[in-house]
Design a protein around this ligand. Structure first.
Ligand code: UD1
Ligand code: CA
Length: 453
């Protein structure tokens, strides 16, 4: 039915000056994704046919980050109603429903939007459906004026409210779902005769009522409609988002002993019976399979970990780390662009970069793959069951065969065949009794110096 096809307009022309940032406000990330991306992701669940971003002057970075989404530039910004007017040319010929969202509400969910859709499809076929909420502090939000039956009659902006209207606790959350067929007639009637001298989107409600069209308010949660205007609010939004991500992980079968200290990304994939100890930070692009243990203070990004592996404490997995089943990555170990195969152990104080470590190989404490010569990166290949003695430097490109043994403290610059033993260090010389003789000599010198004084 053409009637219920959907277009989304996201308002983001505000300059966001209170962020005090060189980055446009809606590009600031929450859980690693720009705020505007969260808003579009929530809207995506409704499968919109058309999308328009309303941006202000000088916001090319936003247009570029979200290309090919259509952009309407609103310059100067004269209010939320004016912003929707500015978006209309981009929706030429569209006859379905129009959903208006704000780009700075990163906690918006698909469920909240579905409530608006359900209300719009109710019997009275409201021309305007508005998200309402009851904030702990109604502050300067627009107030929802309802009749005795709960129909929405008007939204009055705080500055235009009578004292009685200010006492109303039910406020405008911002999101609106409008009948696209009736919208142009309403937009035409907007004026700016109000306290702020702006074209208010909220005026569409009383304009619709004047035509005898129904309007409805839908109550949603305060968190869902929370807008971000400064860095303090950004951190609060991040906190709410993290709480949601942690809860989803716990519900999916992950154990966390101190979830409030674990930082997740929207795209973090965690299998069943994964255990995450306190203070673990996930960057983008992490996939953890079932039964993995991630010990405290580990930092993981762009990495895949297969089932049964143990990571940390204090491990760092960087992009391109692929940890095989049952492998162990221990404390102060950094892995980058490397495959650690099944059951291999890299337990202490080690850097493995641009490498493969074969199945069941054992990498001793302090091993370094010297992968970079100042110009380019080189590969180190370590075979299955190889044993690398502690404090070895493997100067890439270099290959250590299956089952080979590298003596501790070696600098390995040449390939080592399978099952060979390689030693690459200065020979030790031992002089019997020399330490004792040196000590005696020094003691005699000290005595002589004293007696001269
Ligand atoms: C608006 C509502 C208010 C509601 C509140 C919820 C109006 C008139 N008021 O007030 O009822 O309680 O949101 O947070 O709608 N924007 C543009 N162009 C403009 C002006 C704004 O794109 O000319 C964008 C902003 O970037 C922002 C959004 O619209 O994303 C809301 O604008 P804002 O100025 O924050 O509206 P409020 O005054 O808070
Ligand atoms: Ca606002």
């Amino acid at each position: 039915m053409a009637k219920h096809s959907l277009a989304v307009i996201v308002l983001a022309a505000g300059q966001g000056t209170r962020m005090r940032s060189g980055l446009p406000k809606v590009l600031h990330p929450v859980a690693g994704l720009p705020m505007l991306r969260h808003v579009l992701n929530a809207a995506a669940a409704l499968k919109p046919e058309r999308k328009v971003l309303v941006l202000g002057r000088g916001m090319e970075a936003v247009a570029k980050a979200f290309a090919p989404i259509a952009v309407a530039v609103q310059d100067p910004p004269l209010g939320t109603g004016h912003a929707v007017q500015a978006a209309m040319p981009a929706l030429k010929g569209f006859k379905g429903d129009v959903l208006v969202l704000y780009g700075d509400t990163p906690l918006l969910t698909a469920d909240t939007l579905k409530k608006l859709v359900a209300a719009r499809r109710s019997k009275t076929e409201p021309a305007v459906v508005v998200s309402g909420f009851r904030p702990a502090d109604p502050a300067a939000y627009g107030r929802m004026i309802q009749d005795a039956k709960g129909n929405l009659d008007a939204i009055v902006e705080f500055k235009d409210c009578t004292p009685e209207q200010r006492a109303i606790g039910f406020c405008n959350g911002g999101m609106m779902l409008l009948d696209g067929a009736r919208l142009p007639a309403l937009l035409k009637k907007l004026d700016n005769n109000n306290a702020k001298g702006e074209y208010y989107l909220t005026d569409l409600v009383h304009l619709a009522r004047a035509k005898g069209w129904a309007c409805r308010a839908v109550e949603v949660s305060e968190i869902d409609v929370m807008g971000v205007n400064n860095r303090a609010e950004l951190s609060i939004a991040e906190g709410h988002m993290q709480a949601r991500l942690r809860l989803a992980a716990l519900e999916s079968g992950v154990t966390m002993t101190a979830p409030e200290t674990v930082y997740l990304r929207v795209d973090t994939k965690l299998g069943r019976d994964v255990t995450i100890e306190p203070h673990v930070v996930f960057g983008p692009g992490v996939e953890i399979a079932d039964n993995v243990i991630i010990r405290a203070f580990s930092h993981i990004e762009g990495a895949r970990v297969a089932s049964g592996a143990t990571i940390g404490p204090y491990a760092r997995l960087r992009p391109g780390a692929e940890i095989g089943a049952d492998a162990h990555i221990g404390n102060f170990v950094e892995v980058k662009q490397a495959r650690i195969e099944q059951g291999a152990k890299v337990n202490h104080l080690t850097y493995i970069g641009d490498a493969r470590v074969g199945a069941k190989a054992n990498i001793g404490a302090g091993t370094i793959t010297c992968n970079y010569d100042g110009y380019s990166k080189h590969h180190t290949d370590i075979g299955a069951n190889a044993f690398i003695g502690s404090n070895s430097a493997l100067v890439a490109p270099v290959k250590v065969g299956d089952g080979a043994l590298i003596a501790a403290g070696s600098t390995i610059t040449q390939d080592v065949p399978a099952d060979a033993l390689a030693l690459g260090r200065g020979r030790q010389e031992t002089k019997p009794g020399l330490a004792a003789r040196l000590r005696a000599q020094l003691a005699a010198q000290k005595l002589k110096a004293k007696s001269k004084k």
